[in-house]
Design a protein around this ligand. Structure first.
Ligand SMILES: NC(=O)c1ccc[n+]([C@@H]2O[C@H](COP(=O)([O-])OP(=O)(O)OC[C@H]3O[C@@H](n4cnc5c(N)ncnc54)[C@H](O)[C@@H]3O)[C@@H](O)[C@H]2O)c1
Length: 323
């Protein structure tokens, strides 16, 4: 049976979600506290418009709610939707504190509802390819991963670079390694707006000994959206700025210790870019949400993966604040 879906928050991002759910499911509600956004409704005459989130939740026929409102509202709206018995897809991050996220996970679990964070990059066919390569052992043992997310702008004054940019890379790093960091260190500076770090460097260490790093900045000459994975057999780069060569595999690796002074010799071979499917990541994300709503897939794992990201952000924030 086709799920009925309501989208809350129709600013910049929400209309993309509404477009996909109108195509993939039965879009029955659109909600925004700003009446000026009601023009989005004219594209979907089948959907009812409201400026009241609670009015939408009162509809017993509504299966699922999509939360695409500003970050500080996510926890409260997701909590209310779950309490009303609705499946929830909530934009990243679903909460700003680990304990709030734990509350959402417990509520979803108790009611057997979907709680899916909008970690768009996890549905990117390029990131999926990295995950498959790691899973198949093609990189050997993964030693370290690092993310670069830098540009000049968009300069934000309410969210720092860690929360605004880091959530993307962190979700990918934790997904690829399937581990939770035991150590998280963040250092940064608030150059333009007091208390809002524009440049943040993060270091993560995992129980397996693997390590990760993230360079997050909106004060940078390079526009970079890149994840690099270093393995003992191969190295691979996912570069979201590239149009065609999103994934590049390097046949480069440490090889063997030489006879002299314990130095290591390295091995260098081909460098190639496999073809990546051109499917829209957001459509794949929305389809996965509907699959979970229909009862397929692993609901608790999806919610718990979201909680891991929030817990790691929480740890990094405490380190950044020097506590
Ligand atoms: N996954 C991605 O790649 C991606 C990209 C952009 C934005 N986002 C996320 O989407 C969310 C929204 O971002 P945006 O750029 O569209 O913000 P925005 O400020 O443009 O839009 C937010 C909308 O939510 C509405 N709103 C606020 N409180 C509400 C409430 N209680 N009920 C209903 N509507 C309410 C506002 O009136 C506004 O129209 C953020 O969480 C952001 O992180 C995700």
């Amino acid at each position: 049976m086709t799920a009925t879906v309501g989208v809350a928050g129709l600013g910049h991002w929400g209309p993309n979600l509404a477009r996909n759910f109108a195509e993939l499911a039965d879009l029955t509600w659109l909600c925004d506290t700003d009446l000026a956004k009601s023009e989005v409704g004219s594209r979907y005459p089948q959907a009812r418009w409201t400026d009241s989130f609670d009015e939408m939740l009162e509809d017993a026929e509504l299966d699922a709610v999509i939360v695409a409102t500003p970050v500080p509202t996510h926890f409260e709206l997701a909590r209310r939707a779950l309490a009303a018995g609705k499946h929830v897809l909530v934009e990243k991050p679903p909460a700003m504190r680990g304990r709030e996220m734990d509350e959402l996970v417990a509520l979803a679990d108790e009611r057997d509802l979907v709680l899916m964070p909008g970690h768009l990059l996890l549905y990117h066919p390029g990131v999926q390819m990295l995950k498959e390569m790691i899973g198949a052992g093609e990189l050997g043992d993964v030693l370290c991963i690092y993310g670069n997310r830098q540009n000049l702008g968009i300069i934000r004054s309410n969210e720092n670079a860690l929360w605004s940019l880091g959530v993307h890379d962190l979700s990918v790093i934790l997904y690829l390694l399937d581990e939770e960091p035991e150590q998280a260190v963040a250092l940064g500076r608030d150059f333009l707006t007091e208390g809002v770090e524009d440049v943040v460097f993060c270091y993560l260490r995992f129980p397996s000994g693997k390590i990760a790093h993230m360079h997050l900045s909106w004060l940078d000459p390079h526009k970079m959206r890149k994840i690099t994975v270093v393995g003992t057999e191969r190295m691979v780069v996912f570069d979201d700025m590239e149009l065609e060569r999103k994934v590049t595999v390097y046949e480069k690796a440490p090889w063997r210790p030489s006879d002299r002074y314990g130095e290591w010799q390295t091995r260098t071979g081909d460098i190639f870019s496999p073809r990546i499917a051109s499917d829209e990541p957001l459509k794949l994300e929305c389809s996965e949400f509907l699959r979970l709503v229909s009862g397929e897939g692993d609901r608790p794992k999806v919610a718990e993966d979201g909680a891991r990201v929030v817990r790691a952000l929480d740890l990094l924030t405490r380190s950044l604040n020097g506590s």
